[in-house]
Design a protein. Structure first.
Length: 238
């Protein structure tokens, strides 16, 4: 549903042709019905074997009744339509929340899903232009990349007023990253549509944690539990 609409939405104005084929449908609608209200966040936990979890959130100002009918027909706030779009043999949709926030008059969607391998997301229509990649690098390193496709705008819409955010948390030591913001192992990219231009590639090189590299606090807890058990065993013998 979403991907088909990406390629179908094209308009003409005089001698100019403005294409919306690369705009996700929720982005497209927000640009036309709700100027200045677009928010999109993609938050990913990526494990060394390529599997992981993803949380997608998007929200916008509540429209008038007529515009709301359009949204209902397209299904971007419909749980069944969303579940169908993000379910595949490589993903499992764990939870979908659709709700309204009366404090700021916004409509929200939150999708939580797990995936078996991030490369396999490229086979899904909704992610087909995102070019997810996780490959082996030198000396036991892993190299992750993802392409952020360009967003076309028109009709006086200024891309600088709209933002998308991508967050990735890696289970390993970060070696290099082109993230705009870094919070430990979490790398964050935040762009306006104008900044994306012809597209952006986000990338991170990291050294995966290995099972034998167990954090020290695990040993401390195990030792403490062992001492407690020994203590109670001796008490029972007395």
């Amino acid at each position: 549903m979403f991907k088909r609409l990406f390629h179908a939405l094209t308009v003409r104005s005089g001698n100019h042709r403005v294409s919306f084929r690369k705009i996700p449908i929720w982005v497209f609608l927000s640009l036309f019905f709700f100027p200045g209200c677009l928010n999109y966040i993609q938050d990913v936990q990526l494990y060394p074997d390529g599997s992981g979890e993803m949380v997608i959130q998007y929200w916008m100002k509540l429209p008038d009744s007529e515009s709301l009918k359009v949204l209902d027909r397209i299904g971007i706030f419909n749980k069944d339509a969303i579940d169908k779009e993000f379910s595949s043999e490589y993903t499992k949709v764990q939870n979908i929340s659709v709700y309204k926030d009366s404090t700021d008059s916004t409509q929200h969607v939150k999708i939580k899903l797990s995936f078996t391998n991030i490369d396999s997301l490229n086979t899904m229509k909704v992610f087909s232009e995102y070019e997810f990649s996780l490959v082996d690098g030198a000396a036991g390193l892993k190299v992750f990349t993802q392409f952020i496709p360009p967003f076309a705008t028109g009709f006086g819409i200024e891309g600088k007023n709209y933002y998308v955010t991508y967050k990735y948390t890696f289970y390993g030591e970060i070696i290099s990253s082109n993230a705009k913001e870094k919070q430990g192992r979490t790398q964050i990219w935040n762009y306006s549509l104008a900044e994306i231009g012809r597209g952006k590639t986000i990338s991170v090189t990291f050294k995966p944690f290995r099972l034998k590299e167990t954090p020290p606090w695990i040993y401390y807890i195990a030792g403490f539990v062992f001492l407690v058990v020994i203590f109670f065993l001796f008490r029972r013998k007395k």
